[in-house]
Design a binder for this molecule. Sequence first.
Ligand code: DP6
Length: 344
Amino acid sequence: MTGMAAARAHTNIALIKYWGKRDDVLYLPTSTSLSFTLSSLYTDTCVRFVDGAAEDVLVLDGEVQDAASTAKVTRVVDLFRTRYGVGDSAAGAAFGADAPRVRVESHNHVPTAAGLASSSSGFAALAFALRALFEERYPDAPRMSDTELSTFARRGSGSATRSIFGGFVEWVYGTGSDDSVAVPVDDAQWDVAMVLVALSTQKKKISSTYGMKHTAETSAFYPLWREVSEKDLDEVRAGIRERDIDRVGAAMEANCMKFHATMFAANPPFTYLTSRSLEVIEYIQELRAQGLSVYYTMDAGPNVKVLCRRSEQPRVHELLAQRFPNVTLFDAGAGSGPRILSEQ
Ligand code: DP6
């Protein structure tokens, strides 16, 4: 018994956005989302039992984190303590003094300059490592599938649900907590890739958690969001089935702009986009007019993610580097689901 486990999980970028919760505690989304798991950006997380400790500990890139960040991790570890029969957090009961506490050490392999760090890979790696840790100590408990595991990652951060699988992945709306899960839809081993345009390294001023809540509560456009998003989702699904990057890209862009429109229509209004984001968009449109299959999407920040053909990725990278010489670019292909790391 080592009492230790380590896992690697990759970041994902949403083509169809998750933007709003219908349950803030269970992290149930207001619509189904769909993403592309990236090969080159990931988090490695090592977890170990610290018997006799009073609290869980979180160390991120070498620094011990404060109570607020640690509480988010404890929230997820509590689900595992309950699942493996060492307490009942759902009922609000305190865990006994003998309940195992966990030390979590996490390293983001997202270049710090990227401003692309994502909670998706972090919570997916945490959940994946915790399953291995608890399974080893409690081998008699029923086994946990990746599908069930995705509901545990979800409770850390919604987008982490989708990082439990590789390629194109859906996080389905579901009827409740047990079936609002990640579903792999395609391994993306075809002519598709991304170039990430890192315009800003700043931490976002408005967190996605707050941004989506404010939008859902005040935006005049939000009541339309679920319906229009479902139509875009159907288009992206069809495009993936046909391996038609132009169909996937056009629907992805349309969904991205409707997503940002919900924020323009919030009260008070806000946006994550900057003039630099719009410059990149304009250039992508120019490149498309020249015959390249390039499409953009942006999330809760100004950085632009460009979907392109894998075969054209070096050319797209080169053109973007020439046009925006002071901007950092990252190339990514389709990433795999999480895996256990044998040595840390
Ligand atoms: C814009 O998953 O970070 O990236 O569930 O509150 O932790 P919480 O939010 P988070 O939101 C991601 C929002 C998004 C779109 C997406 O990834 O689908």
